[in-house]
Structures are given as C-alpha cells and as structure tokens.
Design a protein around this ligand. Sequence first.
Ligand SMILES: [Zn+2]
Length: 133
Amino acid sequence: MGSRNADRIPLSDRYLLGRNVVDMYERRWEVISHCLACGLNMAVDLRLVARVSGPATSLWNRTARCRRIGCAGRVEFQAKAPGMTGYEPLRTHDQPDRPGWAQQQLAKRAAAEAAEHAARRRGPSPAGGHDDA
Ligand SMILES: [Zn+2]
C-alpha cells in the first residue's frame, strides 16, 4: 500500500499514540513486564492497571519490582503495537511531557536547594574542598 512498514516504526515514535494505559488498550497494544535480572516476562493487564492506578497511568520510562519470589530485580515495561513483530521497551527521551519528567525536574531542584541549604549551614568551611587559589 506504499505506507511505512509497521514494524519499521520504532516504538518511541508511537509515544503519542499510547501515552497511557487506556490509549494503549484502545489501540490494542500488548504490554509485558520484563525483569532485567531474572528475565521473567509477565503480561500486563492494561484494564486492571487502569482500574487500580487510574486511566492516565503511563508505563513509559517506568520500572517496578519483579514479582518473582526471591528476585530482587526490577522489571521494565515493553509493548508491541499491532503490526510490530516483537516487544520493545517503553522508553522515550526528550518528551517534555513524558511521565515523571516534571517530578524529575522538581526532584532535581529540591536536591539543588537542599545542597545549597546544607552548604549555607556548613558555612564557609576551610575543609570544603574548594582549593582554587
Ligand atoms: Zn526477576
């Protein structure tokens, strides 16, 4: 049909189509969790996630604890959109509205402020390590 081959489109290019679990469910994405330590793959029930965590829940750039007993690993989420031949990690970069982005920025700012506070509390300590004379 002259259109792009579906499995040539990287999953990250589909980010806007499947931003949250409801989008993914409606577009019939198959989502799994994949443990980076033990390799356990489990199907993710998108409807269940939507019901438990809310329809706006996003699995992009998320990890969770592995559910296998005795495994301390983390799982990442992978998805397969219709037409794709395999699962790809739900990872995306440079999306300003990507999940966690705002929280990350806030956390960074909070950390910077905390460091500044700590530095101020410590005062101009000679043992501060700044030795640029
Ligand atoms: Zn595991």
